[in-house]
Design a protein around this ligand. Structure first.
Ligand code: BG6
Ligand code: MG
Length: 213
């Protein structure tokens, strides 16, 4: 029986994936090339610097580390312009209800994200207190598909990997959950998240059946 649920943040709890895309798209345009939604799938779940490296690969550019630091900081500034306007109304439909449902039956709840902006986002949307553990990009050295982020979350919850279930919208995130020995529910489309153990479009209709295997 699943005892702990670990939620990715971007694209699962909030729709920040589109803000990430807008900021990366703007950066690519300034660098002189086009960056598509399809390219963007490769960035989901991936750390800021690893995302920049993928973007530069798409554009066929090779830059120095200081140049990359500057671009990553610029992208984050553009991204934060969106984040600072977020409110509790930006929590994706059904998420708050599902978290409350899990809590009401005694499940432990963690956040497991590559984002270094997680704390700001949780404050903006008023969801900081909903998680027993928050594992963000400041606490992990190895990016998804490495399972580190979810293994730290499970350890925080004092649970083994087999007791935990991950909710993810990214291919790298589904792989990270599996690499850590956890089952994974994909949030999104079948054609992208094929490897997930179950796939739902969002939490609107989610019931406790979802966490039964
Ligand atoms: C992940 C997103 O959650 O966080 C990625 O899916 C993003 O797209 C990564 O690059 C890092 O986010 P941040 O907020 O630290 O730039
Ligand atoms: Mg995500």
């Amino acid at each position: 029986m699943i005892k702990g649920c670990i939620f990715d943040l971007d694209g699962v709890v909030v729709d920040t994936a589109r803000y990430h895309f807008q900021a990366w798209h703007r950066l690519a345009r300034e660098l002189g090339f086009n960056f598509t939604e399809e390219h963007n799938e490769r960035l989901k779940g991936v750390s800021r610097m690893a995302s920049l490296n993928i973007l530069l690969e798409v554009g066929g550019l090779s830059l120095t580390d200081p140049e990359k630091q500057k671009l990553a900081a610029q992208k984050n500034e553009w991204y934060l312009e969106h984040i600072r306007k977020m409110t509790p109304a930006d929590i994706l439909p059904g998420v708050t209800e599902f978290l409350n449902l899990l809590r009401s039956v005694g499940k432990k709840i963690a956040l497991g994200t590559a984002s270094k902006n997680a704390r700001i986002i949780l404050t903006q949307i008023g969801l900081s207190a909903a998680f027993d553990s928050i594992v963000d990009g400041n606490r992990v050295a190895n990016a998804k598909p490495d399972p580190e982020v979810f293994l730290i979350a499970a350890a925080d919850l004092k649970l083994g990997p087999k007791d935990c279930l991950v909710f993810e919208d990214a291919i790298a995130g589904v792989e990270a959950a599996h690499n850590g020995g956890m089952k994974c529910i994909g949030i999104g489309h079948h054609d992208i998240l094929k490897k997930a153990d179950k796939i739902i479009p969002g939490f609107k209709e989610a019931t406790l059946d979802l966490i039964e295997f």
